[in-house]
Design a protein around this ligand. Structure first.
Ligand code: PLP
Length: 382
């Protein structure tokens, strides 16, 4: 199947077997338990599941596995070019499982680069899950690695500054230590971190993968060894993805390449117009040519206003004033108040997130309609 393009696979992943079963829509299995008259077999499969193994056949209980969720996992693994996918109830549950599995494996030290999504920053900095932490510049990662380092964590492009990191350089500096890339902003439609040596790819599937702002989920794409540790954690801690959400997330993948192409083109237009606006002092939008990692600049941008960011938020009319991102409609939010509010002001400053920054998640509306709304909002707040 690898000779088919990414666009084609995005439409068909997770549903290659349907036509032969006379099905068109993906079957949604809402069972919490799965009857079986063979409890000897169930006990055996349960033993295998407890080791984190991916066990075939009917699942036993919904916390241990679900067929609709398994389709979404298979789909994201293929699109990210990985052996395995392990899905969770949210992006934070996915990242938590990566940390718990790393701590449980006896290498609790994490090296991470700021900025990260606000709650990701908070989770690892608070050491809530028993990890240790060294913040590092991308160029200093080699020096930050210790014998007990179990994970290097980066986001590129990063939330909310769109800062980009050379994944290959980080992987080289990390040596044996797996590098985890949060690929929520780019999605595999624009960037596949494993092509640059990353071992673990994390998504808030709530965002672009689902794409419609109506399903929460998280997923990790990785090698089967790491996936086993994640399944062990998931079985025991229960942060599972609901099958209804898996259904919606898998449906979202079919339009992912089309949505990312359209929204990226609009974002590039808006970035250019914002840069020329007298009340905007800086625009952050990736240049795909710089590192050669991204296919386009993507659908996210952020900008610094000379007027009050709170007033801009209250003045938009077409654009939705809301946290989150990756929906069909365009969303505007103030990181210091919302997505990164949980990070202490001095740490936000250290991460390069000024209070004047606004983050825009570009949707599928026309660029001219969006620009008219931004322009009137900036004028009204002048
Ligand atoms: C939203 C987000 C998360 C957290 O995901 P949830 O689904 O909200 O738990 C993690 N990383 C990034 C980059 C995000 O934007």
């Amino acid at each position: 199947m690898t000779e088919q393009t990414f666009w084609t696979r995005a439409v068909h992943v997770g549903r290659d077997d349907l036509a032969d079963q006379g099905l068109h829509a993906v079957p949604l299995d809402l069972s919490t338990t799965h009857p079986s008259r063979n409890s000897r077999d169930e006990a055996e499969r349960l033993d295998a599941m407890t080791t984190g193994a991916q066990v075939s056949g009917m699942p036993i209980y919904a916390r241990l596995g679900n067929p609709t969720v398994a389709r979404f996992e298979e789909a994201i693994a293929e699109l990210e070019g990985c052996e395995s996918g392990v899905a969770f109830g949210s992006g934070m549950a996915a990242l938590s499982a990566c940390l718990l599995a790393t701590v449980a494996a006896g290498r609790p030290h994490v090296v991470a680069v700021r900025p990260l999504y606000g709650t990701s920053d908070h989770l690892i900095a608070s050491r809530l899950l028993g990890n240790q932490l060294t913040w590092s510049d991308p160029a200093e990662i080699g020096a930050a690695i210790r014998p007990d380092t179990g994970l290097v964590i980066i986001e590129t492009p990063a939330n909310p500054t769109l800062a980009e990191i050379d994944i290959r350089a980080v992987v080289d500096a990390a040596g044996d230590v797996p590098v985890l890339v949060d690929n929520t902003f780019a999605t595999p439609a624009l960037q596949r971190p494993t092509e640059f040596g990353a071992a673990v790819v994390v998504h808030s599937a709530t965002k672009f993968l689902g794409g419609h702002g109506d399903a929460m989920g998280g997923v990790v794409a990785c090698g089967e060894d790491f996936a086993r540790g994640l399944r062990q954690v998931r079985i025991a801690t229960g942060g599972v993805l609901h099958p209804s959400a898996a259904y919606l997330l898998l449906r979202g993948l079919a339009t992912l390449p089309v949505r990312m192409e359209r929204a990226s083109a609009t974002a590039a237009v808006l970035a250019e117009r914002l840069l020329a606006h007298p009340r905007i002092s800086a625009v952050h939008y990736p240049d795909p040519g710089k590192l050669g990692q991204l296919a386009t600049g993507g659908a996210m941008l952020s900008f610094e206003t000379e007027t009050s960011p709170h007033e801009v938020i209250s003045a938009v009319r077409l654009i939705t004033p809301a946290v989150s991102l990756g929906s069909t409609d365009t969303l505007l939010q103030h990181p210091a108040s919302l997505s990164h509010h949980i990070v202490a002001p001095e740490d936000r400053a250290a991460a390069g997130i000024p209070d004047s920054l606004l983050r825009l998640s570009v949707g599928l509306e026309s660029p001219d309609d969006l620009w008219r709304d931004l322009d009137q909002a900036l004028d009204r707040t002048g």
